[in-house]
Design a binder for this molecule. Structure first.
Ligand SMILES: NC(=O)c1ccc[n+]([C@@H]2O[C@H](COP(=O)([O-])OP(=O)(O)OC[C@H]3O[C@@H](n4cnc5c(N)ncnc54)[C@H](OP(=O)(O)O)[C@@H]3O)[C@@H](O)[C@H]2O)c1
Length: 266
């Protein structure tokens, strides 16, 4: 029987491309968006309303989901956004909002579906983290912290769910061309001491976004995870991710100086 896949944040970027591909390949795909009405008639798979920041929306969505599908095999926690800015200049409220969506929203959607997966005694929870869930990165402290939190939570959850035959994996992409830059929320704090650094670090992040690859590689990685019986926990994707993690873990001074130099010369 073909698998039923739920993808949060399927109106754009990775989620949209993955949902389209899986739908075409014959999977039953349910996607979500905060405003599904905007996409009516424009996408071939079912798109349901879900705001992962909103407990009531998660409750209504979960009830609605099981009126639409008889089974659920895979949850792809993909919805998320990015707060940018130097840490000291970033408003705490923006930092909290970053966690509300990327960490708490993802956790709450997962929790809402766990009773179903446990009862079924099978399932696969795939969460789109980021390479910056594994390393530090200037100008993105709250985003980086939210993805580190995601990493810690799902790594731990993996142990707890083995007994129910529920798999947990993480996907850690580097930069890819989606709407993440366009949808980013920037800090508006302005501390003069950071004036030069702010320019450099913004250019560094923009360079990453400009030189990003098309998202196919991420979609392929997630599709492969969906099709395997024994999925790996951690799945970094993108240019030089292996080298970046090697440097951080085994040559930390070189790793640090390469980031500092990239910011200076961006
Ligand atoms: N692009 C990259 O280089 C990159 C790298 C590493 C990790 N990631 C991660 O990949 C995931 C997908 O991002 P993307 O790059 O594809 O960005 P994107 O094009 O901006 O798509 C983000 C998706 O998330 C949904 N979303 C955002 N906030 C939401 C909320 N509060 N509740 C429900 N849905 C919400 C949006 O749907 P609506 O606006 O329709 O609700 C949209 O479909 C994110 O978790 C991001 O952190 C991206």
């Amino acid at each position: 029987m073909s698998k039923t896949i739920l993808i949060t944040g399927a109106s754009s970027g990775f989620g949209l491309m993955l949902a389209n591909d899986l739908h075409q390949a014959g999977f039953t795909v349910i996607g979500t968006s905060r405003q599904p009405e905007k996409y009516q008639g424009k996408i071939p798979f079912k798109l349901l309303q879900l705001d992962i920041d909103d407990d009531n929306s998660i409750k209504i969505f979960t009830e609605q989901l099981f009126t639409q599908v008889k089974q659920l095999d895979v949850l792809v926690n993909n919805a998320g956004f990015m707060v940018t800015g130097i840490a000291e200049e970033t408003e705490i409220e923006k930092g909290r909002q970053q966690f509300e969506t990327n960490f708490w929203g993802t956790v709450k959607v997962t929790n809402a579906l766990l009773p179903y997966f446990r009862k079924q005694k099978s399932g696969h929870i795939i969460t789109v983290s980021s390479i910056v869930g594994l390393i530090g990165q200037p100008n993105l402290s709250y985003y980086v912290a939210s993805k580190h939190a995601v990493e810690g939570f799902f790594k731990s959850l993996r142990f707890e769910l083995k007994q129910f035959n529920i798999n947990v994996s993480l996907v850690e992409p580097r930069w890819f061309k989606t709407n993440i830059g366009h949808n980013a929320v920037a800090s508006t704090g302005n501390i003069a001491d950071y004036d030069l650094y702010r320019k450099q670090v913004n250019a560094f992040i923009q360079k990453g976004l400009d030189e990003a690859d098309e998202p196919d590689e991420v979609v392929k990685t997630i599709t492969k995870l969906i099709n395997t019986n024994d999925p790996k926990l951690s799945n970094p994707v993108g240019k030089m991710t292996g080298m970046i993690l090697f440097l951080q873990n085994y040559l930390p001074k070189m790793f640090e100086s390469s980031i500092l130099k990239s910011v200076e010369t961006a």
